[in-house]
Design a protein around this ligand. Structure first.
Ligand code: ZN
Ligand code: ZN
Length: 340
């Protein structure tokens, strides 16, 4: 099969022929319909993210059709040809996190496309049918980004809901591939005012189309004062940082109100000092790590209801290097999906 492989950190992907995987006992082979091009793959491809052995096929936002079952995987509610999305957090299946429904928190850290081979290819080997959810009528090309670009902000926003009472505000930093979904989940699930902070004018406009109450350019003079003004007199109840560099984390912690919750989602590796007087009293800082299989089912239900808008650009897999170049320069509006 054709696959886009990374052979050297910092180099381009190489499109090449590799053996098509054969599913072993319990495994399922998926024919890829589309794989979302995620910003975190930029960090892996550059070598910033440790622990990936090369050569490797990246791609952890996958959807497609069931191609073949390994021994014992048939008869578990799926048929050959079914359109499915792939839940990417492949846990051990028997630790307390896995049994609690949070396989993405499993210590084995087997994420398809970040260790096991991923979906920038014609086929994807999935270790178990439990990682597959029927799209239920959604086009699998358009559904692929739901498995990360939508699932990750969904899980992050759910953590913030107890803080988002009427009259309070949420500040969302970074309205790219994940942030565009984050805005929608905040508006769908909470009564809070949504203040988007984004330097790209096209992404600010998209965020407002998707329901943001206000969108502010952080590079503007007085941006901090403007964000504080829009957040209300008690400060932001919630900050969601989808970028995660030093400057966004500093800005986010500066606008966070008393007892507020800062949720870090962006993997850019930034940090912010944590001290008693450096933050508002009883402010809380946490990260949000992807989402669970059950939360993916909830995201699919929202997508099927028609309430969730996906802004997607499709590209052939052969253009993967151009796509990642554009992604690195912030030139993708919404999500890019690679189609083999
Ligand atoms: Zn991702
Ligand atoms: Zn586990």
């Amino acid at each position: 099969m054709k696959a886009a492989r990374l052979h050297t950190f910092g180099a381009e992907f190489v499109i090449e022929e590799v053996p098509t995987p054969v599913p072993g006992p319990g495994q399922v082979l998926i024919r890829i319909a589309g794989a979302g091009a995620c910003h975190s793959d930029l960090h892996i491809a550059s070598g910033e993210t440790q622990g990936i052995a090369l050569p490797h096929t990246l791609g952890h936002e996958n959807a497609g059709w069931v191609e073949t079952f390994g021994h014992g995987a048939e008869g578990q509610g799926l048929e050959v040809g079914d359109a499915v999305v792939v839940f990417g957090g492949w846990g051990c299946g028997h630790c307390s996190f896995c049994l609690g429904g949070k396989e993405q928190m499993c210590d084995t850290f087997l994420w398809g496309g970040m260790g096991p081979e991923g979906g920038y290819a014609e086929y994807l080997l999935v270790p178990s049918t439990r990682h597959l959810l029927p799209t239920g009528g959604l086009d699998p090309v358009l559904a692929a980004p739901l498995t990360d670009a939508a699932l990750t902000p969904y899980a992050a926003v759910k953590k913030t809901l107890p803080h988002l009472t009427a009259g309070r505000s949420a500040v969302l930093i970074g309205a790219g591939g994940l942030g565009q979904y984050g805005v929608q989940f905040l508006k769908l699930l909470s009564p809070a005012k949504v203040v988007v902070v984004e330097s790209d004018p096209g992404k600010r406009a998209l965020a407002q189309t998707l329901g943001a109450d206000v969108a502010i350019d952080p590079l503007r003079e007085n941006a901090l004062a403007e964000i504080q003004e829009e957040s209300g007199k008690n400060g932001a109840a919630v900050v969601l940082d989808f970028v995660g560099v030093d400057s966004t984390m500093t800005l986010g912690s500066a606008v966070l109100g008393r007892g507020g919750l800062f949720v870090l989602v962006g993997l850019a590796g930034g940090s912010v000092p944590f001290s008693f007087l450096g933050l508002a009293p009883e402010a809380m800082l946490t990260s949000s790590n992807w989402g669970s299989r059950n939360e993916l089912a909830e995201v699919l239900a929202l997508a099927r209801s028609g309430d969730l808008v996906s802004t997607i650009e499709q590209f052939p897999l052969s253009e993967i290097n151009e796509v990642f170049d554009r992604l690195g320069r912030g030139r993708i509006n919404g999500r890019a999906v690679l189609v083999p």
